[in-house]
Design a protein around this ligand. Structure first.
Ligand code: BGC
Length: 476
């Protein structure tokens, strides 16, 4: 069957600020985030939580952006997804700027409003050089005939809000607590006020937050193995962070809708395809539990306002949240789940099995899973979907071409056979970049990067992506 994509279908490549900006000029180097501190801390390096690679030795997109944007355009992309760095725009605390916080019956922050004087105060505090550079970058994307998909927040927090090293050492009494503290929602709202107004002319689609559930699970539940700040393991804290991020999305959604009328505003999640490791009942139950906690818990909250405080599968509270215009799906892999010996008394006693068809990251390649996740999302939540990320760590470029082709086929199948409204596909990534705790070892780029010379080298798999983007159809 031949599936034709509509002319307005979005084909794009994605990057994020922290992972690509630094590396060329001194000006591009920005030290004021928790991730910068985390990757430089000798203690954290000695504990083996991070690779030791340094983000300031990276791609240098802040200066070399034209090259990467041109390369994306040359592949036939009609959109480019990137993020801007909150801390770079507001290197100093905005806490003294007044705003009004509206809370619901249960004390949750539901809305933050600012008057014109307060918004002007933000304007006097902002780093004007950074605003200028970001505007140049967004303008350049537009001038190349591509739409701008802008992510407001892709993981690093300003240092004035989070001290990840102190929190790693003592999570109960650290002072700058990041997303554990609801004050971070309020400060995020101020930042969003500023960017929604200042960049509105240059943005086509907004994404409030990249993968809130990953920030929560990798930082606060799987921290000791993932190496994500603050690298602790406490399910209650992880749920608190996930809840605060969901409220932050909701507050940002309201602000973006008000300040930048008519634009689509959504949020992205990294949802994997969870599959029981065996046909046994216990593994099936464990898989259901993992799927619920990883995917549905947060979507029920964000899309339907249903808050399940204790993770027992039943929502205790209904919050008045505005939802989302679209769901962003970042799909990478299948995860096979098996129940541990204590699973009946402790549902968190489960295990993820090793990959069968592995990427360099030891993630399990499983393109069919994309069709499955798309169907699940659409059946339960009924929202249009953008695939905001899909890609593979594959330094030798042996599997990437097939990976791209197969995933796009399953996406096309879901669109054609199950009528799922997928509006676009972004490849992660246009260039190799700084892979968080793993540094430069994982190479996701359609273009490889020589980190010494900053040269971009096109990989052969880019041909596959280019062919699909330019032809506008695929045989499935
Ligand atoms: C994140 C990216 C990351 C990619 C590959 C996504 O979950 O948004 O920042 O580089 O996965 O790990």
């Amino acid at each position: 069957m031949k599936v034709e994509f509509q002319k307005k279908f979005i084909w794009g490549c994605a990057i994020s600020a922290f992972q690509t900006e630094m590396g060329a000029s001194e000006e591009a180097k920005f030290e004021g985030t928790d991730w910068y501190q985390w990757t430089h801390s000798e203690e954290i390096k000695n504990e083996g939580l991070v690779s030791g690679d340094l983000p300031e030795e990276g791609d240098g997109f802040y200066d070399l952006y034209r090259t990467d944007i041109n390369n994306a355009r040359s592949l036939g992309c009609n959109a480019f997804r990137l993020s801007i760095e909150w801390g770079r725009l507001f290197p100093n605390s905005t806490e003294s700027i007044p705003c009004e916080v509206k809370k619901g019956n249960h004390g949750e922050i539901l809305d933050v409003t600012m008057d014109e004087d307060s918004i002007r105060m933000l304007g006097s505090m902002v780093n004007k050089e950074a605003v200028k550079r970001y505007k140049e970058i967004l303008t350049y994307i537009r001038s190349m005939g591509m739409k701008v998909f802008l992510t407001a927040y892709h993981w690093p927090l300003p240092s004035w809000l989070h001290d990840p090293v102190e929190c790693h050492k003592d999570i109960d009494s650290c002072r700058k607590r990041g997303w554990l503290d609801e004050k971070t929602i309020i400060e995020y709202a101020k930042y969003v006020y500023y960017i929604a107004r200042e960049f509105s002319d240059l943005v086509d689609v907004w994404e409030t937050i990249n993968e809130p559930e990953v920030i929560a699970s990798q930082g606060y539940f799987l921290g000791p193995t993932s190496g994500f700040p603050p690298a602790v393991s406490n399910i209650l804290l992880a749920m608190m962070v996930e809840k605060n991020l969901s409220l932050a999305h909701s507050v940002a959604y309201r602000i973006m809708k008000k300040e930048d009328k008519g634009k689509e505003v959504g949020i992205g999640f990294a949802f994997q395809y969870f599959e029981p490791a065996t046909a046994g009942e216990r593994d099936k139950k464990a898989t259901e539990f993992v799927r619920y906690m990883s995917n549905e818990w947060i979507l029920n909250l964000i899309v339907k306002g249903l808050l399940d405080e204790d993770g027992d599968g039943v929502a205790e509270t209904h919050l008045d949240l505005p939802g989302t215009d679209y769901i962003g799906l970042d799909y990478y892999q299948r995860v096979r789940v098996s129940a541990g010996p204590e699973f009946e008394s402790n549902p968190f006693d489960f295990k993820f099995e090793d990959c069968l068809d592995c990427t360099d990251f030891k993630w399990d390649i499983y393109p069919q899973g994309l069709e499955n996740v798309l169907s699940l999302l659409y059946e339960k939540y009924g929202k249009p979907i953008y695939i905001l990320e899909n890609g593979i760590a594959d330094e030798r470029d042996e599997k990437r071409g097939r990976y791209i082709e197969e995933h796009i086929k399953f996406m096309a199948k879901a669109m054609a056979e199950n009528k799922i409204p997928v509006l676009g596909y972004f490849h992660w990534s246009i260039i190799d970049n700084f892979e968080w705790a793993d540094g430069f070892s994982m190479r996701f780029g359609l273009f490889g990067v020589d980190y010494k010379t900053k040269e971009r080298v096109r990989r052969r798999s880019a041909d596959v992506f280019e062919r699909i983007c330019k032809r506008g159809f695929i045989d499935v």
